[in-house]
Design a protein around this ligand. Structure first.
Ligand code: TMP
Length: 214
């Protein structure tokens, strides 16, 4: 595969979308053919399923939730990720496979071996070249999300943000364990008070990949 896949991971509110978009704009500015994606979403099917996953009023059973995330991923891999990587683009994705292991595996308690096996099928074996794990204590991260959403009356907390703090703490611990097992791929970047400082660390992690591309 000629392209590069960079994923952003972290607990809700850790600033992934802001930082991943910053990286996208920076890479475009310096001349790289770059795409920004997010999960769940990014395809017609993904956008419809996202609404169910985030805002469904009725209860969603753990395995149903898992398969809905996998449905979004399978579609995105087929429609966008594989073709773009073949064309040599840089793909930046806000959440990918590690989210499923952290949230459905460590958070919900679904069999992690099962998640890994199914995920391999769904992603056709695609693994990110680099994963930026934005690490922050869930309490602080969720507080930021709540204040951001509180400022916009159109935005309400989603199913995951409404989970108790203990759920988000399991997710964070899960992420740190996943990172420990994938030291080469996953770079843990602690979230700084100043967004610019966090972004400088992200750039440092990405630069070695760019030199490999040229
Ligand atoms: P976000 O767009 O705010 O990141 O919301 C997506 C939510 O979905 C977030 O709370 C994490 C959750 N999620 C999972 O539980 N499993 C997954 O595989 C993915 C991609 C996201």
């Amino acid at each position: 595969m000629k392209g590069i896949l960079i994923s952003f991971e972290g607990v809700d509110g850790s600033g992934k979308s802001t930082q991943s978009r910053r990286l996208y704009h920076w890479l475009r500015r310096i001349g790289y053919d770059t795409i920004h994606l997010e999960e769940p979403g990014g395809s017609n099917l993904g956008e419809s399923v996202k609404k169910i996953l985030l805002y469904s009023k009725g209860e969603i059973e753990g395995l149903s939730e898992l398969f809905l995330f996998f449905a979004c991923r399978a579609q995105l891999v087929k429609e966008t990720i594989l073709p773009s990587l073949k064309k040599g683009k840089i793909l930046i994705i806000d959440r990918f496979s590690d989210s499923t292991l952290a949230y459905q595996g460590y958070g919900r308690g679904i069999d992690k071996g099962l998640i890994v096996r199914l995920n391999k099928i769904v992603t056709k074996g695609i693994t990110p070249d680099l994963t930026i794990l934005l690490d922050e204590r869930p309490k602080a991260a969720l507080k930021r999300t709540k204040s951001r959403k509180g400022q916009k009356s159109s935005l309400s907390a989603d199913r995951f943000e409404n989970e108790p703090l203990s759920f988000h703490q399991r997710v964070r611990k899960g992420y740190l364990k996943i990172a420990l097992c994938n030291k080469k791929r996953i770079k843990i970047i602690p979230v700084r008070a100043d967004e610019d400082d966090t972004f400088q660390e992200i750039k440092k992690a990405v630069l070695p990949l760019l030199t490999k591309m040229t």
